[in-house]
Design a protein around this ligand. Structure first.
Ligand SMILES: [Zn+2]
Length: 297
């Protein structure tokens, strides 16, 4: 008996989903989702240095520009654990991160628990770094963490598979290049800004590609190590980018959503209404957990 009810609900659910699907397509056409050919810039900071809060946050807040911040979860609390990247005061604490989320709705990505080279760990330890950091960030910041940033950019097939299995939707590497629909979304490439990088070089890269993920580590008035960049240059860069009306700023999380919209629209354009049937035939409604026992009466 219950299976009959379920079948009928499945049929109805297909109609609801079809209506939703049509709405998305119509909305995307009417409101121009994905029709804009604006260049996309994603500002990302790795490791969670305090200098991000001190120098980048005020500039980004002034211009209402989003960023993706990749955090090493064991560094978030001011405990005396050994930190290979410097003393505890060099990193942001949980309150400072929360302040940035409240002000700007920035994206928090995971950069593991302890920042190890994942390619050198056992499967069990890789899983710990992926799962534990996700759980911590999900609960600390009341979010679903979708992006994982490989420590040192070290990644192999096994790490990619485990990243997927841990529930992340994107993996970011440190190789140079342009992220787009044809790139493995677990190996997203970037443009790294190092202490020798000039503002013009960054702008040239942005102008040459549709989408750019800019990677920064820390900012300083007097950059010394290669991962530092001048906070004055950062401010100037943001001012210059902000003046360009053909740029939009987003996070990795936003990029993921936009790519899905793009895929759906491409699919519909190619297959027409048939795409609707094909897409939803592939969905196992029970697995979507759209139903619960209270609906089935
Ligand atoms: Zn790092």
């Amino acid at each position: 008996m219950q299976s009959v009810v379920k079948k009928r609900l499945k049929k109805n659910m297909r109609i609801y989903l079809s209506i939703l699907f049509l709405f998305i397509i119509l909305a995307s056409t009417v409101f121009g989702i994905d029709n804009t050919k604006k260049k996309q810039v994603i500002i990302s900071f790795d490791d969670g240095y305090y200098s991000v809060y001190k120098y980048a946050f005020p500039v980004l807040k002034e211009h209402k520009i989003l960023m993706t911040l990749a955090l090493i979860t064991s560094y978030l609390e001011k405990s005396n654990i050994p930190r290979p990247y410097g003393n505890i005061n060099m990193f942001m604490n949980r309150g400072e991160v929360q302040e940035m989320i409240d002000a700007l709705d920035i994206e928090i990505a995971s950069h593991s628990v302890n920042h190890p080279d994942l390619t050198k760990l056992s499967e069990e330890k890789i899983k710990y770094e992926l799962n534990k950091s996700k759980q911590t960030l999900d609960s600390l910041f009341n979010q679903e963490t979708v992006s994982f940033v490989y420590p040192y950019g070290a990644v192999n097939r096994k790490v990619v598979e485990l990243t997927k299995a841990a529930g992340y939707k994107l993996g970011r590497s440190i190789r140079w290049g342009e992220p787009n629909l044809w790139v493995d979304r677990y190996l997203l490439p970037i443009k790294e800004v190092r202490n020798t990088t000039t503002i013009d070089e960054v702008i040239r890269h942005i102008n040459n590609y549709q989408t750019t993920i800019l990677l920064f580590h820390r900012l300083s008035p007097q950059p010394v190590v290669f991962t530092e960049w001048s906070n004055y240059k950062f401010e100037e860069l943001i001012n210059r980018l902000r003046a360009d009306p053909n740029l939009e700023f987003l996070t990795l999380r936003d990029l993921y959503v936009k790519w899905w919209q793009e895929i759906m629209i491409k699919y519909v354009k190619e297959k027409g209404w048939l795409a609707n049937q094909i897409l939803f035939d592939k969905i196992d409604i029970d697995k979507t957990r759209t139903f619960n026992s209270s609906i089935i009466k």
